[in-house]
Design a protein around this ligand. Structure first.
Ligand code: NAD
Length: 287
């Protein structure tokens, strides 16, 4: 059993949109952060992301140059699974139950029995992920939002087997990272993704029915008070990730019509138009 003061080293599995942001958020809070991915190119992109984020912070006067050097020193990039031996591990790989369970089983065996393992899943129940692990008691959901170093909210989700001390340490860790932590029930999509699904799906329906084009829908929603329109947000999240989240919720709610995935979005995914990360989604971007 660990307490928050035992947490010194955080390892993150998956260096995509979320994993690199979570590793940076951990380093910004003073933790040693190890970021692992199977793809070298993703790690290189993560290093560029760290450099850009921190340089921008320095040029905007939010951070001094010495702090930047110190934070870079806290961040370690690796393709070696053995480096994932840590006090607290956050999984941020693709939204796929079997893959998450497979990778987490490998991570379990190299770590102490009381190292905490958190999943950043958007929709998959923690109880279900834990069912494939050796020690489901130390598995928890720790759901960050994109971009992770900036967005304040973190949903903390206990599965049926999650031990209370694991939840307490995770909640405290989120707070130490400067986040607003909330406990959410282990229901598909937790709170935010379940509610937000309709923001995306109804917008996609309006587009499909030619009610308005995507730019107009974004502009209208932004004018009514949303910080970002649904199509800009899907491009930021990753169109394919957002689609996977919808498919996962649709399955989890036994094909409830209101969560039916969008064919317009499927077409975007088929075309490789994933959003900012691929240079094209609903909008085009300079890569
Ligand atoms: P992503 O596609 O950007 O990144 C996934 C990363 O996982 C890739 O870099 C890939 O190389 C890596 N990966 C795949 N298989 C791996 C393996 N076996 N071992 C190690 N790395 C592996 O996806 P993302 O958007 O960062 O999403 C990751 C998780 O976070 C998902 O569960 C998603 O639902 C969740 N999430 C996403 C967002 C978002 O806005 N994108 C927000 C909150 C939560």
């Amino acid at each position: 059993m660990r307490t928050i003061t035992d947490i010194q080293h955080i390892a993150v599995i998956g260096a995509g949109v979320m994993g690199r942001g979570i590793a940076l958020a951990a380093a910004l809070a003073g933790y040693k952060a190890t970021l692992y991915d199977i793809h070298a190119q993703t790690l290189e992109q993560s290093a560029q992301y760290f450099e850009k984020f921190l340089s921008d912070s320095v040029s905007r006067g939010k951070m001094d140059a010495a702090t930047k050097v110190s934070i870079i020193g806290h961040l370690h990039l690796t393709q070696d699974l053995a480096d994932l031996k840590a006090d607290f591990i956050v999984e941020a790989i693709l939204e796929n139950l079997e893959l998450k369970q497979k990778v987490l089983r490998e991570v379990e065996v190299i770590n102490a029995d009381d190292a905490i393992i958190a999943s950043n899943t958007s929709t998959i129940p923690i109880t279900r992920i834990g069912a494939g692990l050796q020690h489901p008691g130390r598995l928890i959901g720790m759901h960050f939002f994109n971009p992770a170093p900036i967005m304040k909210l973190v949903e903390v989700i206990s599965g049926a087997a999650t031990e209370v001390w694991v939840s307490d340490v995770t909640f405290a860790l989120a707070q130490k990272m400067g986040k607003t932590a909330v406990h959410a029930q282990d229901e598909p999509g937790f709170i935010v993704n379940r509610v937000a699904r309709h923001f995306y799906l109804e917008s996609l329906k309006v587009l499909e029915e030619r009610g308005a084009d995507h730019e107009t829908i974004d502009r209208v929603m932004e004018n009514v008070g949303f910080k970002m329109g649904p199509f800009k947000l899907m491009d930021l999240i990753g169109v394919e990730t957002n689609h996977e989240v919808t498919k996962s919720l649709y399955e989890a709610f036994f094909h409830d019509e209101k969560f039916r995935p969008s064919r317009v979005q499927q077409k975007k995914v088929d075309a490789g138009h994933f959003g900012r990360k691929s240079g094209r989604g609903f909008y085009s971007y300079d890569k």
